[in-house]
Design a protein around this ligand. Structure first.
Ligand code: 8YV
Length: 263
């Protein structure tokens, strides 16, 4: 067993007896899968079991940013409510348009929540999904122009590296909110900070960052952002289910040379 996040091709090649990498997580951008395949090493992940929790965190961020709930909490605790009166107004969710980048399992779970909150849902991804009835955009900039809330839920891969850049944030606009529960590197973090500082967008809710656990101090200084320490799957129930799936994949592999959730 290897402790650590980055499973490079070099590491895989240095382990000639390695047969299987049973990854604790759905995103496997930290694993050099092509090198694993080249070496005949099987890679598994933990899809499905963390879908609802990750969608909850995404939607929690939408609510806390738009309704200023973290600011509101601090306002009460610090005594500012009594000193300064009402907190500045938040923004209504119902009737707004949510644009989802990545309409996979988690994206669809976010869409269900948005629909329940009377939001309109549109999505962007590599292809239109036949099982999804929400309008599809093959152009991210066009989708960003259309939406009030832009949520990143896509896998991190070369095609999604900094897919949310200065241009996309400008298209989202000064009333727009950006939410990221995918990976830090799907957004150009510097451009995001500039957009938040310069009022190019209204706010952001971020569960993931480029260099976790280091978060740029510029982000921590902004009160129009809500920050979370990568909590997407972080519940007792879901972490247990993920761990069980990691073990089940290993057990099945060593008993029957099969796996449940190959990458
Ligand atoms: C982490 C996640 O992997 O599943 C993913 O892709 O981002 C998270 O669930 C988890 O924190 C375990 O490291």
């Amino acid at each position: 067993s290897v402790i650590g996040r980055n499973i490079s091709g070099k590491l895989i090649r240095a382990l000639p007896h390695l047969e299987i990498i049973s990854h604790y997580g759905v995103g496997y951008d930290n694993i050099d899968v092509p090198s694993a395949k080249e070496q005949g090493v099987i890679v598994t992940n933990t899809p499905g079991v963390l879908t609802e929790d990750t969608a909850d965190i995404a939607f929690g961020l939408v609510l806390t940013v738009m309704r200023r709930m973290v600011e509101g909490d601090l306002y009460v605790r610090s005594g500012l409510w009594a000193k300064k009166g009402e907190l500045p107004l938040g923004r209504c969710l119902s009737g707004k348009t949510m644009g989802i980048i990545g309409m996979g399992r988690i994206g669809q779970a976010v869409a269900r929540r948005a629909t329940a909150f009377s939001m309109r849902v549109i999505y962007f991804g590599p292809r239109k999904k036949t099982e999804v009835s929400h309008p599809y955009y093959d152009d991210l900039q066009k989708m960003a122009e259309e939406c009030d809330v832009l949520v990143a839920v896509c896998p991190y891969a070369p095609a999604t590296h900094q897919i949310v850049n200065a241009k996309i944030l400008k298209a989202l606009g000064k009333k727009g909110v950006f939410i990221n529960v995918a990976r830090g590197k799907v957004v150009d973090e510097r451009a995001l900070i500039d957009a938040l500082e310069g009022g190019i967008i209204a706010g952001a809710g971020l569960d993931v960052f480029e260099n976790e656990p280091d978060v740029p101090s510029a982000l921590c200084r902004l009160d129009n952002v809500v920050l979370q320490p990568h909590q997407g799957s972080a519940t007792v129930e879901t972490r247990a289910a993920m761990a069980q799936l990691v073990v089940d994949n290993l057990r099945l592999y060593f008993e029957k040379a099969e796996v449940l959730t190959p990458v």
